[in-house]
Design a protein around this ligand. Sequence first.
Ligand SMILES: Nc1nc2c(c(=O)[nH]1)N[C@H]1C(S)=C(S)[C@@H](COP(=O)(O)O)O[C@H]1N2
Ligand SMILES: [Mo]
Length: 406
Amino acid sequence: MNRRAFLQNALATTAASLLPAKWVFAENLPVGMTPLETSALTWNKASDLPDYYTVLNSSPLNATVPEHMLDPAITPANVPFVRWNGIMPDFNSIDPETWTFTVDGESVITSKTYTIAELKSKFTHHTQQLTLECGGNSRKGFFPGAKGNQWNNSAVYCSEWTGVLLSDVLKDCGIKDDAVYTGNKGFDTHLSGKGEAISRGVPIKAALSDNALIAWEMNGDAIPYLHGYPLRVVFGGRPASVSQKCAVGISVRNQVHDGHKMAAPAYQIPKHPIAPGEKVDNKDFKIIEEMIVKSLITFPETGTELVLGKPIEIRGHAWAGTREVMKVEVSYDYGAHWHTATLAKPVNKAAWQQWSLNLTLPQQGYYEIWAKATDDQGDAQPVVQPQWNPKGYMFNGCHRIAVRVA
Ligand SMILES: Nc1nc2c(c(=O)[nH]1)N[C@H]1C(S)=C(S)[C@@H](COP(=O)(O)O)O[C@H]1N2
Ligand SMILES: [Mo]
């Protein structure tokens, strides 16, 4: 390990044990070794983000990284996109000892409140790699453009979450037969300063699935502030908007949840196909409940110059909401020919899958490399763009990078 990596590791470990304390020795570090890159756990504002983040909006905070930074199978804490809808909590004042999670709602039999310590001691722990993709990921790809944060393809990540199954907790409270939906509650505030920033939910079936966690750890550390410290509900494969950060509870609803950002057109798409740019009545939208098949090229970085005759490993991830990806193909001639990549099985349901392919590009010049995934129902990624929709959700057109063989 080089000195820098060593120091970063040491710092990262220290950061975990210091949470939620502030860095006290940053000034004493050698020049160029500020703890910025190592203190992802306590970043809490736009200016804390390293230079490789692009801030799309600082109020609310929305930021993303270049696609090649998502190369590791398990996304490290210092790269996930950051998405907030309202005013973030004052993280430094959060005390995990007194934090509680309440299950209530019309369709719960016994409403209960748990401390994090109680969740930890009462229920079996589970660790899963879960793909969280913003419904608006790749919005930038739509033509005509759709309003909203212009996400590149990196509003997705797959980190490792540790917590308890939401279903175990719901069963502990008991659920009535008329339960339909969850209403997820967070600790942040609407931009106006009044009311909730966002409160979305999932069908009760999704809440009872094996890939819904109430998590207190990400990648074996406390959840980074920006990703939901100290407790987050995580629904793998669903639009990330339902994975409530800084979660304070869940209501078990006897109707489709009506929290903030549940109503059309937020996080909804038209019920029927429409032409690009067409207007749609709010009554003709439906809720996005699952994400769809998609893939990412994370190596090489777009713009890379390659050496003629030398093979290069092209690689990335593929995922398909709660389905499994069965095939990833790569083209370097604009889709004229497709080459099947090696594809790993997911480590658990709703984890993204790694794919790779060794390529030797035939001659010098400019190439685009495209990747296309197909899921277990036979759904594949469109090459150009998927069904256009007014809010620009669920773009899953093929990811493309450009390289040059010198
Ligand atoms: N409390 C809270 N949870 C939230 C949000 C939010 O604004 N507040 N945004 C949601 C949306 S729209 C997305 S895409 C994801 C982003 O998760 P991340 O910041 O860890 O990438 O968090 C979701 N959970
Ligand atoms: Mo989102």
